[in-house]
Design a protein around this ligand. Structure first.
Ligand code: HEM
Length: 493
């Protein structure tokens, strides 16, 4: 008996020495118990997204600004202090995404979200003009048309409670599809379009399920399980849909179509540009190939709809819960747009400062992307602590935004924090991340949120039966456990 125990301990010790042979300064930091070889892996085995979300909040409360979670040999440093967040995000070399992002690669390839090094720099340069003011102006026309459709849909509910997520995600999905690919998803009810919509909605849930099951991390094993097969099926639908759209657009595309002049007034009126047109223009100049276009189209579709949908859902919920805020917002909209039915111009949207503060405060409390992560590619100093190449760093935007030292009374919804108040530290509020790898679609997202929230709030009075905050969970994005229900009472009959 003693001999067997001794042998087991000896083998475990040898394996441990092989698997994990170095002690690093990070091992002095607190964190959930780290066992030999497996580290803290069992803390996360097969837990639900909600349990995972709560566990991380618990760790932040128990271990403070910095803690380490070890999954076998992987050391993941979790940070939520503004000082650390600034050092990590502003560092020009910390641009490589960490391991969990690789699960997205089968879908997005190494497009802008996932690429690093020279490829990322090149793509960022090609794609930045896509969000030029004049192009955004053209996208605003699409957003406005879609908002009108949404308002009619909400009116159709006749004042009954509406579950927000399905309607709002239709809105953002249709908007990004039209602006990115030039395709009207709602006008086409073909089998492939419906399959695309379902696949794009469900694929995120499968990715998270994979993340919390370490035995599915290996690609070969993942593909053998039903979840892997389902993922492959969705992937095929998403890719072939995007490929068809690109091919179709290519057929009618002429050189110069994606060129635009900064003062071209016809953009958004006679001339409707999609992001795809700009990518085809880049292909024509030899800057990107077909595979590259496909990567970027898929990346925009992924990053550009659910993120905004979650922000709009939480925004509407908070507006419904705070009648004083709603009244002030309505007053602002009346001042800018009056009783008219006219579409807001870019200048009108820019003038909606209180709405902007509401959106920011919503993103503070409910950042659509609650955490982001990096893999360190060169040794560097995080203030006083040396970080070795290979370490992963998770930045907890959600916890940063709820720190009482940065945002007094952090749980309370107070849009006034963002109105001429005390200056907020540039890295204390980072829903779109910050530094070189910040969100390229930030201005697009702000414009879309302003369009849709102003369109809804000038037409309806919002209320909820219960003002209780919903239980939260997260896959790659923040979500609610229960549907968020809001009543939309028409202001004018
Ligand atoms: C409320 C809406 C949005 C939020 C909160 C948001 C947030 C973020 C965050 C936090 C990142 C950094 C991700 C990371 O470091 O891993 C990011 C990156 C990115 N976002 Fe957004 N996003 C939003 C909307 C959009 C939209 C509408 C688009 C496209 C039209 C978009 C396109 C991208 C892309 C392409 C990246 C990768 C940029 C790069 O690495 O260079 N996002 N976003």
């Amino acid at each position: 008996m003693f001999l067997s125990l001794f042998l087991v301990a000896l083998i475990a010790f040898i394996v441990w020495r092989i698997v994990d042979d170095e002690v690093t300064p990070l091992d002095k930091l607190p964190g959930p118990p780290r066992k030999p070889i497996v580290g803290s892996t069992f803390e996360f085995l097969n837990i639900s997204p909600r349990e995972m979300f709560l566990k991380i909040r618990e760790f932040t409360r128990d271990y403070g600004d910095r803690y380490v979670i070890k999954i076998f040999k992987r050391r993941i440093l979790h940070i939520n202090s503004v000082k650390d967040v600034e050092i990590v995000l502003s560092h020009s070399r910390n641009i490589k995404k960490s391991m969990p992002y690789t699960f997205l690669e089968a879908w997005l390839g190494t497009g802008l979200l996932l690429s690093s090094g020279a490829k990322w720099h090149k793509r960022r340069k090609i794609l930045t003009p896509t969000f030029h003011f004049n192009i955004l102006k053209s996208f605003a026309v699409v957003m406005e048309e879609r908002t009108r459709g949404l308002v009619e849909r909400l009116r159709g509910a006749g004042g009954a409670e509406v579950s927000l997520m399905p309607v709002i995600s239709d809105y953002t999905l249709f908007t990004i599809c039209e602006t990115a690919m030039g395709t009207q998803l709602d006008a086409d009810k073909s089998k492939s379009t419906l399959a695309y919509k379902k696949a794009i909605m469900d694929i995120g849930a499968l990715l998270l399920a994979r993340l919390t099951r370490v035995w599915l991390h290996n690609d070969y094993i993942f593909r053998k399980f039903p979840i892997g097969k389902q993922f492959e099926k969705y992937l095929h639908q998403v890719h072939s849909f995007a490929d068809n759209v690109i091919m179709e657009r290519k057929k009618t595309w002429r050189p110069g179509q994606g060129d635009f002049k900064e003062d071209d007034e016809s953009i958004g009126k006679k001339k409707r540009l999609a992001m795809l047109d700009l990518l085809l223009e880049a292909e024509n100049k030899g800057e990107i190939d077909f595979e590259g276009i496909r990567e970027e189209v898929n990346t925009f579709m992924f990053e550009g709809h659910d993120t905004t949908a979650m922000a709009v859902v939480f925004g509407l919920m908070l507006i419904a819960d705070h009648q004083d805020v709603q009244d002030r917002l309505y007053e602002e909209l009346q001042t800018i747009l009056g009783d008219s039915d006219k579409a807001p111009s870019m200048a009108d949207l820019n003038d909606m400062k209180f709405l902007e503060a509401i959106i920011k405060e919503t993103l503070r409390l409910y950042p659509s992307v609650p955490f982001i992560a990096r893999e360190i590619t060169e040794d560097f100093m995080l203030d006083d602590i040396p970080i070795k190449k290979g370490v992963e760093i998770a930045v907890h935007i959600y916890d940063l935004h709820r720190r009482a030292d940065l945002f007094p009374d952090p749980e309370t919804f107070k849009p006034d924090r963002f109105l001429n108040g005390d200056p907020i530290h540039p890295y204390a509020f980072v829903p779109f991340s910050a530094g070189p790898r910040n969100c390229i679609g930030q201005r697009f997202a702000m414009l879309e949120m302003k369009c849709v929230l102003s369109g809804i709030c000038r037409n309806f009075k919002l209320s909820r039966t219960t003002n209780a905050r919903p239980a939260l969970t997260a896959d790659m994005l923040i979500r609610t456990e229960e549907p968020v229900l809001v009543k939309f009472i028409p202001r004018k009959v």
